[in-house]
Design a protein around this ligand. Structure first.
Ligand code: ITT
Length: 194
């Protein structure tokens, strides 16, 4: 089985990508390559942060790798929290803090349209490539469901009645922003004969 280093400190992302890949690749976590660093994410774009994380590992640990940066873009909030999704309620905020802030800001908004956007940056033999996955949906008024992470309890993808946190993880991992981006990554890896 081929190894792929995933430049993330988020355990939920690793679990999801493992489930999306269904055993065709082995995901290597940062701790397995001896990296316990807090990787900087200072870009103002999702693409920029994905690349910053992947480059950090490539440059400091000499490893081909990929990184995922994801944002929730809410139309009524002019695309916020977007690239700031992890620290929407402030530096060090929890998933719960961020959801509380989002629901508060959305309290009186009629337009509930939003989307998750994932950008994967892949560095392979020094080449940098990007893969995007987007899923449109709506922000509901109160959280529902206990699986998933982040904003999953308040996001219902278009065409479904359940939030990402209510649906079985296998369904989220079939249709999600991350699944769409990972599928493009896998196609590129296969094309390259890796
Ligand atoms: P790494 O940078 O170490 O990969 P992170 O948690 O900081 O992990 P991001 O900056 O990409 O990752 O994530 C931004 C936030 O967006 C994250 O903290 C979650 O709150 C949210 N998020 C990301 N993916 C999500 C998903 O699939 N479902 C719900 N919320 C998600």
């Amino acid at each position: 089985m081929k190894n792929l280093v995933f430049a993330t400190n988020n355990r939920h992302k690793i679990d999801e990508v493992n489930s999306i890949l269904t055993g065709s690749y082995r995901i290597i976590s940062l701790s397995e390559i001896g990296c316990f660093d807090d990787i900087p994410e200072t870009s103002e774009t999702i693409e920029g942060n994905a690349l910053q994380k992947a480059r950090y590992i490539f440059e400091n640990y000499q490893q081909d790798c990929f990184a995922d940066d994801t944002g929730l873009e809410v139309d009524a909030l002019q695309g916020r929290p977007g690239v700031y999704s992890a620290r929407y309620a402030g530096e060090g905020s929890s998933y719960d803090d961020n959801v509380v802030k989002l629901l508060e800001e959305m309290k009186s908004q009629a337009n509930r349209n939003a989307r998750f956007r994932t950008v994967i940056a892949w560095i392979s033999d020094g080449r940098e490539l990007f893969f995007e996955g987007v899923i449109d949906g709506a922000i509901i008024y109160e959280r529902r469901g206990a699986s998933g992470f982040g904003y999953d309890p308040v996001f219902v993808p278009n065409g479904y009645d359940q939030t990402f946190a209510e649906m079985p993880p296998q369904l989220k991992n079939k249709i999600s922003h991350r699944a769409l981006a990972v599928k493009k990554l896998v196609d590129a890896i296969l094309k390259k004969g890796k």
